[in-house]
Ligand binder design. Structure first.
Ligand SMILES: Nc1ncnc2c1ncn2[C@@H]1O[C@H](COP(=O)(O)OP(=O)(O)OP(=O)(O)O)[C@@H](O)[C@H]1O
Ligand SMILES: [Mg+2]
Length: 272
């Protein structure tokens, strides 16, 4: 086995810049603004006037105790849950509260749930092919020829997710970590600007976790990543800005060391 991360491509570009979608105006810096978001379930406020800004290209970690509202926040961003009040903007101009879930995905927001959901009986390359946008619109089957641009794109994503040598393997035979990377690759085929990842390192070996940190660092910059995680070593290794949610609002935000030293964070989340 090679040392963690050494065969992920580093640097700011993933080679997918030629497919970056126009239309998200990030000229002022932020790619996502949540302002004063409240979500109530039977009178209980899962999100309570939540306000949060994420800069374009940032790698942001969201932590907080069970029930803090982390998943609900992702549900609001992706249109699965409508807020009772507040605004959600993708860039300067796209009001996400007015879009449907498919429209939000098409606008450039990809989401990965905790459990990997790849097509187990297809090869790694076929999985990426199936995830490609063009596939859904025009290609009826996997037998149709891929264009040179599509082949290049698949090759770049394979290298990026560290599966360059596994393209012909049946996905069902991959390790848990490799399936997670493949699913991230499938999201990348849809050319997202913003990626939401819920506990991506859960169930991974230490080696896989370290490589996932390298992957996220390689993706940040061209992409913006919001990662919900509990694994403090993982968070430390990606050196992200950390936002602590508690009772549906931001309790603390900043570098991990500052957040870990915060008395309120210790009290409600880290413990003494
Ligand atoms: N559809 C729903 N109906 C009723 N209550 C809900 C619903 N979804 C979430 N909640 C409640 O809202 C609160 C926030 O839940 P959420 O899943 O966002 O927390 P979380 O921070 O993701 O927690 P965890 O770390 O356990 O994943 C919880 O008290 C939860 O029980
Ligand atoms: Mg959750």
């Amino acid at each position: 086995m090679s040392p963690a991360g050494d065969d992920f491509k580093g640097g700011a570009t993933t080679g997918l810049s030629h497919v970056a979608r126009p239309g998200v105006d990030t000229s002022h810096g932020p790619i996502l603004y949540l302002e004063d978001i409240t979500v109530s379930f039977d009178g209980f406020r899962a999100l309570n006037a939540l306000t949060l800004t994420v800069q374009t290209g940032e790698l942001r970690c969201i932590i907080g105790p069970n029930g803090a509202g982390k998943t609900t926040m992702m549900d609001v961003i992706t249109g699965k849950t409508r807020p009772d009040s507040g605004t959600v903007f993708f860039g300067q101009t796209i009001d996400l509260t007015r879009l449907t879930e498919p429209q939000i995905a098409h606008a450039g927001i990809g989401r990965k749930f905790q459990k990997p959901t790849v097509f187990e009986n297809h090869t790694v390359v076929e999985n990426l092919e199936l995830a490609m946008k063009a596939d859904k619109r025009v290609r009826a089957s996997l037998r149709a020829r891929l264009s040179p641009a599509e082949l290049t794109c698949i090759g770049e994503v394979l290298d990026l997710i560290g599966l360059g040598a596994e393209g012909g393997r049946v996905a069902g035979t991959l390790s848990h970590g490799q399936k997670q990377w493949l699913e991230i690759g499938m999201l990348l085929m849809q050319e997202p600007r913003l990626l939401l990842l819920d506990e991506p390192a859960a169930g991974m070996t230490d080696h896989e976790t370290a490589r996932t940190a390298e992957l996220f660092k390689a993706l940040a910059g061209e992409h913006t990543l919001i990662v919900v995680e509990h694994d403090m070593d993982f968070i430390a290794s990606i050196a992200a800005t950390v936002t602590v949610l508690h009772e549906g609002a931001v309790l603390a935000e900043g570098p991990l060391d500052a957040v870990k030293a915060n008395e309120r964070v210790i009290e409600v989340y880290l413990g003494r």
